[in-house]
Design a protein around this ligand. Sequence first.
Ligand SMILES: NC(=O)c1ccc[n+]([C@@H]2O[C@H](COP(=O)([O-])OP(=O)(O)OC[C@H]3O[C@@H](n4cnc5c(N)ncnc54)[C@H](O)[C@@H]3O)[C@@H](O)[C@H]2O)c1
Length: 336
Amino acid sequence: MKVLVTGGAGYIGSTICSALRDSGHTPVILDSLVTGQEAFTKGHIFYRGDIADTAVIDRIFADHPDIRLTVHCAALIVVPESMERPYEYYKENVSKSVELFHALLRHKVEGIVFSSSASIYDVVADFKVSEDSPLNPQSPYARTKFMMEMVLKDFTAAYGLKAIALRYFNPIGADPKMRSGIHVREPSHVVGKLVDCARGKIPVFQLTGVGWPTRDGSGLRDYIHVWDLARAHVAAVENFAGVFAGQSADTRYEVINLGTGSGVTVRELVASFERVFGKTLNKTDAPPRPGDNAGSYASCEKAFKLLHWATEKTTDDGIRDALRWGECRKTILGYD
Ligand SMILES: NC(=O)c1ccc[n+]([C@@H]2O[C@H](COP(=O)([O-])OP(=O)(O)OC[C@H]3O[C@@H](n4cnc5c(N)ncnc54)[C@H](O)[C@@H]3O)[C@@H](O)[C@H]2O)c1
């Protein structure tokens, strides 16, 4: 199947493209490279352009009229930056996505798989969230994801389109075949920082937020290997009609959590990292970052039921692949 993947030159989008191709599908990438990497598009059909540029979208569909589904990953993704530059985040993630969806409707695309985020959930007492748990997005970034879920719900109700919003928990690791991985020079996510500390790029790992009401005071997250996340998109694409089969005709929009179903605290993650790495790191406790909260982990029953998907990789696999990617990314990206 041919699938348009926006943001296919990014960390997650590129892994999705590899997983699609490994499963016999053909991804068509649309990416402006505002943050993504041209190196990740190697060997794929690639259009460099903005998601709101209708001319490039028209060209893509003229060249590939057999595209039926779109996986929409393109977005700006840095939470603290979204607090300083909300205009750019609402413009890039909301206004431009609305234009993209409008163009996709013109080209009679059947469905959209949307990259949403667990950051839209409120914190609940036992930290386990299902798709029906209360929402409370705490940053402009998270609010852009929440807004796009609402837009999709309205578009699917009005225009006959179908859509699945996949709420990602905390992706870690890299493509197991090392075709892509984290590409930012200074990662803001915890595993990226641990790898940088292990490789001597930063002198001390700061464990931010140690006063949360969790079992050891550090934040609790659900770390999902990016390859498992990518496999879930393959399942969503292959089983797109099946997700809606057997439901009432007006069910055109579904929300599905993508996590492992286990909560891991940051202290536990650091301990696992040191065990896998084989050395202890220089580390210190630090205050929480703006927009942080105690965290959550996923209830994954719906993903299993609708996508017939479950994670296969462990947190240790994610750490191991992140370390391997740290060693080889210079060859692919041209910078360390
Ligand atoms: N990384 C995470 O922890 C995480 C967690 C939850 C959800 N998500 C979501 O997953 C998606 C992918 O995230 P990622 O980590 O791969 O980020 P990324 O920055 O690596 O990838 C985003 C890609 O989108 C492209 N892009 C951005 N704006 C564009 C535009 N207007 N037109 C065309 N291309 C554009 C960028 O060039 C980049 O290649 C995002 O929607 C993000 O919100 C990520």
